[in-house]
Design a binder for this molecule. Sequence first.
Ligand code: C5P
Length: 227
Amino acid sequence: QLRGAVALDGPSGTGKSTVSRRLAIALGATYLDTGAMYRAATLAVLRAGVDPGAAEEATAVVAAARMTMGTDPRLPGVGLDGEDVAEEIRGAEVTGAVSAVSAVGEIRELLVQRQRELVRQALAEPGGVVVEGRDIGTVVLPDAGLKVYLTASADARAQRRTEQDVAEGRTGDLASTRASVQRRDALDSGRAVAPLRAAGDALELDTTELGIDQVVTRLQDLAAERD
Ligand code: C5P
């Protein structure tokens, strides 16, 4: 069992990223944002002018792309071919195309392999690693020492995503964000390969009525029980 690994999965807008980073800081752990990897892969595909749904071409682009993932929870940088793309991967263009790219099985294989390698490196250090995504508990790290699946009502998720967009300087409109979040979740849950779902042995935590601090405290308690 990978005792030092925490797997945090769930749909968008559950507070997953904020919570994962805060938990990693509290535990003195490193942090891996696998969504950022699918986003960087999508940016590479878009930049190459390849249709995100063209599996074979898109896979070739991702295989050739030089992706660097920072694992410091305070400043997790994302690089693509030597360029800092942390902001660009959050934009509407990448967000609109990422579910198509992440549905390609060969691309998932490439990225899952890199994710496991990054986790292996992280676990060589004390403190452990917090990994967030959609398929961490089910596919990437089925042996993680702690698996949590975060949920929240559709309203709460749309509201949080909109607030986050506004806070980070992107346009935030509740109705269109709600539609975009729902569309992405439907695609991620409905795909054939590694669909979004809770692992059988994951703890489900509904964050609709909880503040970030409460969620982080709850996860710290769970991590302490594990130790
Ligand atoms: O977490 P984030 O919203 O940044 O993820 C972006 C997209 O990447 C998701 O909508 C999903 O399509 C894909 N993803 C995935 N598997 C993961 C993490 C993200 O398919 N482990």
